[in-house]
Design a protein around this ligand. Sequence first.
Ligand code: GUN
Length: 300
Amino acid sequence: MEGRAAPPQPERTRKLAEIIDGKAFAANLRAQIAAEVATLPYQPGLAVVLVGEDPASKVYVANKAKQTVEVGMASFEHKLPADTAQAELLALVRKLNDDPKVHGILVQLPLPKHLNADEVVAAISPEKDVDGLTVVNAGRLAAGLPGLVPCTPLGCILLLEDRIEDMTGLHAVVIGRSNLVGKPIAQLLLQKNCTVTMAHSKTKDLPGLCRSADILVAAVGRPEMVKGDWIKPGAVVIDVGINRVPSGVEGKTKLVGDVEFGWADKVAGMITPVPGGVGPMTIACLLRNTLTAAKRLENL
Ligand code: GUN
């Protein structure tokens, strides 16, 4: 083929979305937290309570403990047997509420079926509720008052703030209305002056609604439910889903989000990957909340 011009290349019509690297952002956030912890005259402490033997919960709790120690905080792990009585668990939470070395308390969910999680969460002192799950902290968030904000929504908003200087007037669509993720994310987007629409399983014409979103947050827990052609070209997509599915290789699984990434990344302007997007932000924000709680409790 020497001497001949190269054949014309097909014009690239669609540019790939910018990937929002939550893993790197979380590492940076943890480094900032560690630097601040090192300056404090006291050591922030996080207590994590795990009831039972759920394998996924054991992995989460081990990761939390490891990262807590890495930023210089004290980690108090309480592992209770699966048949622990409600009264016993409540007594532990109250003991942690009264312990001055403990600034944050997290009771890993889900709890075994015989336990009443609402009652356990309600027993956590709102000042130590680093999951932001108590009614007091949910109310503070809804009222725009300082409190403790659930970790995954906080992680999402930090990623968005980093990429979008001013969210004023942008249409944000949040799919999913859970107390842990959907509702608090909607509140945070509202605080950023977005026009927020909450979508859920009963929403009519979900694809059409999503196509009107400048910011699309998917928090439904259904693998690749949000299709590429539901996304407005150039939109910012935050995928909160962490779904384990068969990988195609026998006996192996892989993680996918709530968004069909392989198509969405050819339409969106920016997108969080799974894994490596929102996921790593959750523990980093738990540590941030523990630092916030410690500073408020110690009045510093
Ligand atoms: N289980 C899965 N995610 C979470 C979380 O963010 N907080 C608690 N307490 N339990 C969980």
